[in-house]
Design a protein. Structure first.
Lengths: 149, 461
């Protein structure tokens, strides 16, 4: 089983492929798990090992069955998982979506750029900020802190 | 909408419901009956005993004439209030006359009747409440009736006439007066009822209208929400495949570019360019839709700063271009900041674009006074345009140049027009081919054009 996975919840297979391509272009070593709707993402994250293995959730807002907001709402209520950084990658620049996402405690809200170059730049930035800027795993650091006590 | 005439029963029912006029009118009716008797008696006296006709019963004669005048007057439709006044007048007059008559007729109880008449007359003149007035009217009626019949009895015997004749006359005139009073009452009642019904109908119509307005407003909001959902899916669903098209074309260029010849790579670049262009067009259209949807929230905006910011933005986008830009200082307007920004950005981008082929591009923006209003302008020394097209360029998708000459979506100036119009202003342009163009706009020239939206945004979350 792989650890330090970037979980990608995205219903558009083309976008998913492009996002994966950009992430891999930035860091060929990163491991990405693509799930095509919110329900699968929740099932995975609430499952046995899911949340321990995940470092970052990249998620679209509009997905079939269970949309991004609903996933956010459920995740941010679960004690074990609420510290997992969630970055919303949406096509919508509507103010309402942005507000709602932040109301449900999204860590970041980014609008998908139109061209691949900007997309590449954006995903490199996300990857750098959330995975490489030497952030300890929030979940792990919390348990380490508790052990130290 | 035609209204049915109220039936007789309905009117009577309505009159009955109006308690006060009914009581007083009934009392007046009674007085009328008595006065009718008096009139007939006086006429009989004049006819059969003219020698003594102008003695003690002269007041009766005067009253009879007065009563006739009242009768004539009653034939015309009068309002409920008038009926009351006439009735009151009759009561007072009858009291006075009967009292005099009683006193003059030398009957034993005449002084008491005189006193009673004077008291009643005085009492009836006081503006009591409706109940007391009605009570007085009835009391006076009884007193008058007693006195009248006493006097009438005297004369009947003195004349030696068959008792039936004056009685019949008395009855006939009484019925006539009662009937005319009733007709007056009914006419007034009908008038009143029609008014009440009209009021009710108006109320009903108002209620219906309000309901309909609420319904329409709800419909409008529903349509608005639908439209919003539509633009949302346009943004999402139309743009998503474009992003893939551009993305995969770029991916092919990156990964397999070396396997293609220059023509192949050129084709892929064209695919990318088209995808991006369509993406921009969708963006511009969404912005245009946003202008129509958003509420205008006005506050003091530093227009000079907005001009300057837009210029900085443009300079960033086209790094190597040198454009001389002059911005008028200290222009403050009362407008919606984000909408105004959108308009100014579009105007400046326009000027920026069309000065692209100039050796010494120059853009000037500022404000001036014209006929008492502030006019803001953006002037450039670019390619300009033929003044004949000055109106056309503000329409969506209307363009004067091909993409090869100047790129564009044909939405920018339409957006400017929408923003300005939502601020109650006007936008116009003048140009000369090869010399340059000037775009002018005003704010607040006409009333704000977005009353329809006022309620709309409150509903939204």
């Amino acid at each position: 089983m792989e650890d330090n996975v970037i979980l990608l919840a995205e219903d558009d297979p083309n976008h998913a492929a492009l996002i994966q391509r950009c992430l891999l272009a930035h860091n060929p070593q990163c491991r990405i798990l693509h799930l095509s709707d919110g329900e699968q993402a929740i099932a995975f994250l609430l499952g046995e090992q899911g949340h321990r293995r995940t470092r970052l959730l990249l998620m679209d807002l509009r997905m079939p069955k269970c949309d991004g907001l609903e996933v956010l709402r459920q995740l941010k209520q679960q004690a074990g998982i609420k510290h997992l950084p969630v970055v919303i990658l949406s096509s919508s620049a509507a103010e309402r979506d942005l507000r709602q996402a932040y109301r449900y405690c999204a860590n970041s809200y980014l609008v998908k750029p139109h061209d691949l170059n900007s997309f590449q730049a954006l995903l490199s930035m996300i990857s750098q900020y959330w995975l490489e800027s030497n952030n300890p795993h929030p979940e792990l650091s919390a348990s380490a802190y508790q052990e130290a006590l | 909408m035609s209204r049915a005439e109220p039936t007789r029963d309905e009117i009577r029912e309505h009159v009955r419901r109006q308690r006060r006029p009914m009581l007083v009118a009934r009392a007046a009716g009674g007085v009328g009956i008595i006065l009718g008797g008096v009139v007939s008696f006086c006429l009989a006296k004049l006819l059969f005993e003219p020698a003594t006709a102008f003695s003690w019963y002269t007041p009766f004669l005067a009253l009879a004439l007065l009563q006739l005048a009242v009768l004539v007057y009653l034939r015309r439709p009068v309002s409920g209030l008038q009926v009351e006044r006439i009735a009151l007048f009759d009561v007072v007059a009858a009291c006075a006359v009967i009292s005099w008559g009683g006193a003059l007729s030398q009957r034993t109880h005449s002084s008491q009747l005189f006193l009673l008449g004077v008291c009643m007359s005085a009492a009836a003149l006081v503006p009591w409440g409706p109940r007391i007035q009605a009570l007085l009217a009835v009391t006076v009626l009884v007193a008058v009736q007693v006195n009248a019949f006493l006097v009438a009895g005297d004369f009947l015997s003195a004349l030696g006439f068959p008792t039936m004749v004056p009685m019949v006359i008395l009855l006939a005139t009484s019925i006539y007066i009662a009937d005319s009073l009733d007709r007056t009452r009914m006419a007034a009642g009908k008038e009143e009822l029609l008014r009440v019904r009209a009021e009710e109908e108006t109320r009903e119509l108002n209620k219906k209208l309000e309901e309909r307005v609420a319904e329409r407003t709800a419909e409008y909001h529903a349509v608005n929400r639908e439209l919003e959902a539509f633009t949302y899916s346009v943004a999402h669903d139309l743009r998503a495949p474009l992003r893939s098209m551009d993305g995969f074309a770029a991916a092919v260029l990156d990964d397999y570019g070396s396997a293609l010849d220059e023509t192949g790579r050129q084709f892929l670049r064209r695919i990318r360019g088209s995808a991006q262009k369509l993406g921009n067009l969708i963006d511009d259209l969404l912005k245009l839709a946003q202008v129509a949807r958003l509420r205008v929230e006005r506050r003091a905006v530093d227009l000079s700063a907005v001009f300057a910011d837009a210029v900085v933005k443009l300079e960033k986008l086209s790094g190597d271009r040198e454009v001389e830009v002059l911005v008028g200082e200290g222009i403050t307007v009362h407008a919606d900041a984000s909408l105004l920004r959108l308009a100014v950005e579009n105007l400046l981008a326009n000027a920026w674009k069309f000065t692209g082929n100039e050796d010494a591009p120059r853009i000037e923006c500022g404000a001036m006074e014209d006929a008492g209003r502030s006019v803001y302008f953006v002037r450039d020394n670019g390619v300009g345009f033929d003044d004949a097209y000055a109106e056309k360029i503000f329409k969506v998708f209307e363009r004067l140049h091909t993409d090869a000459q100047f790129e564009g979506t044909g939405v920018g100036l339409a957006t400017v027009r929408h923003v300005v119009e939502r601020h109650g202003g006007r936008v116009w342009a003048s140009g000369e081919t090869g010399v340059g163009a000037v775009f002018y706009f005003t704010l607040d020239e006409f009333g704000e054009a977005d009353e329809l939206d006022e309620g709309g945004d409150d509903v939204e979350v």
